[in-house]
Ligand binder design. Structure first.
Ligand SMILES: [Zn+2]
Length: 203
């Protein structure tokens, strides 16, 4: 994710997307700037993965992790494109950015490894993206968080709290015979009786 975000911001600088340039551009041109910065980030990350790799499997994993992290970063609540307001948005829709990232990764890899068939074709990118389904937006998706939490109910939480309360009470009762003495009790009438732990703390 750090590779993606740093590479993306660097891409804006490299392509000359200065604050002045951005202000004078139309929303669609600004969307193109984002795509351009994404492309720089993808290119940089693929080169980095190949430069520091320990073999083809390591390259593949690094590049796929980059793609997944970028997708996770870019994912927003709404994956579908609203074409009515498309031309007014400053940022391109998620699916267009992802498609471009996938293409840029694949193309950069092909240029650097011409003998290799590729590292991230559309099918394998699609398979990877399935693993992100529902991470941010469980209401509109069917996997992950929903499955992980669908056995939970308010009664589970209440039962947990009751058990915790009982455990605390039991612990205090067990500690009671130890007669723990507080230092500020010394000025009292010389009694060694400790404060009743059952009364001195809230649950
Ligand atoms: Zn940007």
């Amino acid at each position: 994710m750090a590779y993606y975000t740093i590479g993306h911001e660097l891409g804006h600088h490299v392509h000359g997307h200065t604050a002045t340039a951005i202000k004078t551009r139309s929303p669609l041109e600004r969307q193109a700037m984002e795509i351009e910065a994404d492309g720089y980030s993808a290119c940089l990350s693929v080169r980095e993965a190949l430069r520091n790799s320990r073999g083809p499997e390591d390259e593949r994993i690094k590049i796929q992790c980059f793609f997944l992290a970028a997708a996770l970063y870019l994912e927003c609540d709404e994956r579908t494109i609203d074409w009515r307001s498309f031309h007014l948005e400053d940022y391109p829709p998620y699916s267009i950015r992802i498609e471009y990232l996938q293409g840029e990764i694949q193309e950069t890899f092909r240029q650097l490894r011409p003998q290799d068939p590729g590292v991230l074709d559309q099918d394998s990118a699609g398979e990877l993206l399935k693993s992100l389904d529902g991470v941010w937006n469980p209401i509109n998706s069917s996997t992950k968080i929903l499955y992980e939490t669908d056995t939970l109910s308010p009664s589970t939480h209440i039962e947990y709290n009751q058990n915790l309360h009982k455990a605390r009470l039991r612990l205090r009762q067990e500690l009671q015979p130890t007669h723990l003495k507080r230092t500020d009790d010394r000025s009292n009438s010389g009694e060694t009786e400790a404060r009743n732990p059952l009364n001195s703390c809230s649950p």
